[in-house]
Design a protein around this ligand. Sequence first.
Ligand code: HXC
Ligand code: NAP
Length: 292
Amino acid sequence: MGATGLPEPPEHGTSALPAGTYDGVCVFVTGGGTGLGRAIASEFARLGADIVIASRKPEHLEQGEATIGELGARVRTVACDIREPEQIAAAFDAATEAFRLPGVLINNAAANFPVPAEDMSPNAWRTVVDITLNGTFFCAREFARRHLAAGTPGSIVNVGASYAWTGGPGFAHSAAAKAGVKNLTETLAVEWAPYGIQVNGLVPGLFPHDDMTADIRGNLDRTNDKDACQPALRVGRLRELGWAATFLASPYARFIAGHTLVVDGANWQRRALTNAPVVTVREQMGKGPFGS
Ligand code: HXC
Ligand code: NAP
C-alpha cells in the first residue's frame, strides 16, 4: 500500500461535541480575531458559546467579531494588551457585563518572529516573553481569582508550541516562553483543581493561515512542500485544533488536567540521529556573518 498520510477530518462546519454543549457559557479568547484563535473561537461559537475576543488591534477585533457574528453567536470584543494586568481586569469586567463571568479562558495570544539568538536585542527578548509567558499568566490569574471569589468552576486552555520540548533554533525567545507556558500549565492545574478549575495545554503543529505575520510566513515560505515534510503528509486543518480546544474545556474532559495535548500529526517526534545536513539559522535566514 502506498503512503497517503493521515485522512482528512470531517467537513468544516461540523462539530465534535453535542449541539449546545456551550449554551450559556462565556468563552474568553485572547488573540481571537486572527488565525488559530479565531478558528478556536468559531468552534466554541458553533456549540452555543458567547464569545469574548481580547486583543490590541481594532482591525483584528473587527475581523473576529464579523466571523463569530456570521455564525449567529453573540460576541463582544475588548481592546486589551495582555502585558498589562489592569487592562486584563477591565476586559474581564467588560465580558462579565456583556454576558457573565467567562467559564472558559483560551490563552491563545502570543508573539513571535524569527531571529538568530546572537542578533536578538534585549527588548526583542523581553517583548516576546512578556506577551507569551507573562501575558498568559496574568490572564490565568485574573480568571482564577474571579472564580475562586465566586466559588465557581472554570477551564483554562493555554496554547503552546512543540519547541517547548525540543528548543526552537531561530526562535529562542518564543521557545523559552512556550516552555514556561507548558510548565505553568502543570503548576496551575495542581493549585487550582481543588477549586474546580481545570488547566490544560494545547499545542498546534503546523497550521498555516492567512493572518500569519509576514515574518512567520516568510520563514515558512522557505520550505517548498509543507505537506511532504509532515508524517501526516498534510498540515493541520484549523477546525481540527478548534475541536481539540472545545473538547479539552468541555464537561466530557473534566478529569483531564495538567495535560498538554499535541495536535500535530506526530511531527515533533520526527527525529533521527542523522537528520538533514546542518544549515545555521543565519544561513537559513539569508543573513551574512555575525557582525558584518
Ligand atoms: C528582530 C524584532 C523583530 C524581528 C520586532 N523586533 N520584530 N527583532 N527581528 N523581526 C524587536 C524590535 O526591534 C524591538 O526591539 C522589540 O522587538 C519590540 O518590537 P515592537 O515592534 O516595539 O513590539 P510591539 O509593537 O509590542 O509588537 C510585538 C511584536 C509583533 C512581537 C514585535 O510582531 C507583534 O505584535 N506580534 C503579534 C503577533 C505574532 O507575533 N504572531 C505570531 C504567533 S505564531 P528594539 O531593541 O528595537 O526596541 C507563534 C508560533 C508559530 O507563536 C510557530 C511556527 C509555525
Ligand atoms: P496570529 O494570527 O499572529 O495570532 C496572534 C494573536 O495574538 C493575534 O490575534 C494578536 O492580536 C494577539 N496578540 C499578540 N500580542 C498581543 C498582546 N500583547 N495582547 C493581546 N493580544 C495579543 O498567530 P497564530 O498562528 O494564530 O497563533 C496563535 C497561537 O498558536 C499562538 O499561541 C501561537 O504561538 C500558537 N502556534 C501557532 C502555530 C501555527 O502553525 N500557526 C504553531 C504553533 C503554535 P492583536 O495583534 O490584535 O493584539
